[in-house]
Write a protein that binds this ligand. Structure first.
Ligand code: 5GP
Ligand code: ZN
Length: 115
């Protein structure tokens, strides 16, 4: 964990968040500034700054994130209608928080609105 990282602080409970899902490897919570009716952030319980910097030892976190996404989609009832994932990585993407996070967007039909 990184003491100066916003999302590490959220995992530790030092900054409040609305928890959606949690297991040994993953924490998921509502985005504070939702871009869709459902906007959830899924993060590893390890400080990895960006997808570009994952290593072999991070494999279990990446798999756990993907499993968690489908658990959340099932729990919240949007698994059938679908969802969109966004992972920003690095400067050109506009990534603001340097702790790997998957945005789950759901609850509306996006069409070509984003990509
Ligand atoms: P990025 O642009 O880095 O991919 O996305 C960062 C996301 O984190 C943004 O969608 C932003 O709304 C969200 N965010 C930033 N600070 C907080 C916070 O303190 N709490 C929550 N729940 N979300 C946050
Ligand atoms: Zn962190």
């Amino acid at each position: 964990m990184d003491d100066n990282c916003l999302f590490c602080k959220i995992i530790k409970g030092e900054i409040p968040s609305t928890k959606v899902y949690e297991d040994e490897l993953v924490y998921a919570f509502n985005d504070i500034n939702p871009a869709a009716p459902i906007h959830i952030l899924v993060i590893p319980k390890k400080h990895i700054d960006c997808l570009a910097n994952i290593s072999d030892e991070d494999e279990k976190y990446i798999w756990a994130i993907h499993k968690a996404i489908n658990k959340i989609a099932t729990m919240q009832g949007f698994i059938e209608k679908g969802y969109r994932l966004i992972v920003n990585c690095g400067k050109d993407s506009g990534q603001e928080v340097m702790h790997l996070h998957y945005h789950i967007l759901a609850g509306e039909k996006f069409g070509d609105k984003i990509v």
